[in-house]
Write a protein that binds this ligand. Structure first.
Ligand code: ADP
Length: 329
């Protein structure tokens, strides 16, 4: 079947993936493969902007690739690769930086947030992060980038950069990517308050075993107003209930909804049910992950093969870019 265009997305190598990564990104990556030619990149160079030691970079890249594959990325169909394996992206980044006003970069909300988070490490790479992201996208002649609302300013930045480049160098060399508006659910951590994330240690790893998963689920914070077993609860404010809506059947969800409100079910049983359903849902993923993990070389081969295919597209784009820039041959 003919595909509807090329999609690009990248994520920093954060190692073993958690439920937030799965529901917020990977699930959509897998689904997009049916309709689009997909290019998925593990952006190790981006990771350098905030990571001070690189000792875990290889392991984190491998673990993330393993999770993506086990979740259903089809490497024979999609291109899955590591950013630094296609060095042309660094070259394009430099050229794009020439048409990028500095003020535009320092005005971006994510930059301001990063500055607040770590005032002592505001490096040049961090400021230029969106330029490198633009290079990632346009190097592969991308049609669509799946983004949620909070990433929209970044994509708009990329589109403007492409327009500036094409305007300055007089040719429609680079393709202006379109935003594929994507509803990205915000998955809360087991604390029930903050976004699930590794750094907060409030996450549930996809690759954990069933016992570890159950243990984490049993630590989940439920409706804070419900103090005793006999108090009626409010599922509308309960993170466990929102997870039931994803991993339990419609009938179970309806039952829990009414039982919680009448104190017919306690939080402990409700969580046990969720843990069981979550584990059942993740069982095929875990089986595939175990299988793939038996042969790490094959996983790296997949990444290297993806990089080879990505380099072919990249070289084509760079040929046109170098011509447009009138660089000496
Ligand atoms: P990056 O900074 O490269 O996006 P992250 O590890 O923060 O790396 O996230 C990777 C992907 O997973 C992103 O698409 C992000 O939106 C998604 N994600 C991470 N945590 C959550 C969460 N708690 N809820 C929903 N999506 C999440």
């Amino acid at each position: 079947m003919a595909k509807k265009g090329r999609v690009f997305s990248g994520a920093r190598p954060t190692g073993r993936q958690h439920l937030g990564n799965y529901l917020g990104a990977i699930k959509n990556y897998v689904a997009l493969q049916d309709d689009f030619e997909c290019v998925y990149c593990i952006v190790d160079v981006h990771a350098l902007t905030t990571v001070e030691t690189t000792q875990d970079l290889i392991q984190n890249t491998y673990d993330m690739a393993l999770d993506w594959l086990a979740a259903g990325i089809r490497p024979e169909e999609s291109i899955m690769f590591v950013q630094s394996h296609v060095p042309q992206v660094m070259e394009l980044h430099t050229y794009l930086s020439m048409v990028t006003p500095l003020g535009k970069l320092t005005d971006l909300p994510t930059f301001k947030e990063k500055v607040r988070q770590n005032e002592s490490n505001i490096n040049y790479g961090l400021v230029g992060y969106p330029v490198l992201m633009t290079a990632d996208i346009v190097l592969y002649n991308t049609d669509f980038v799946p983004v949620g609302v909070d990433q929209a300013p970044h994509l708009e930045f990329s589109r403007e950069t492409v327009r500036s480049f094409n305007y300055r160098y007089g040719k429609a060399v680079l393709k202006e990517p379109l935003m594929k508006n994507t509803e990205i659910p915000k998955v809360l951590g087991i604390d029930g308050v903050q976004k699930m994330g590794k750094s907060l240690n409030n996450h549930i790893e996809l690759a954990s075993n069933a016992e570890e998963t159950q243990k984490r689920v049993m630590q989940m914070v439920t409706d804070p107003q419900r103090l005793r077993r006999n108090d009626p609860g409010n599922p509308d404010v309960c993170n466990v209930f929102s997870m039931h809506k994803i991993f339990s059947t419609k009938e179970e969800v309806a039952q829990i909804n009414s039982d919680c409100r009448t104190a017919g079910i306690g939080c402990v049983d409700c969580k046990k049910k969720y843990a069981a359903n979550l584990n059942a849902n993740l069982a095929p993923f875990r089986e595939r992950r175990d299988d793939l993990g038996k042969n790490p070389t094959a996983v790296w081969d997949i990444l290297h093969d993806g990089a080879g295919r990505a380099r072919v597209i990249a070289e084509e784009t760079m040929g046109a870019v170098r011509d447009a820039l009138q660089l000496p041959k």
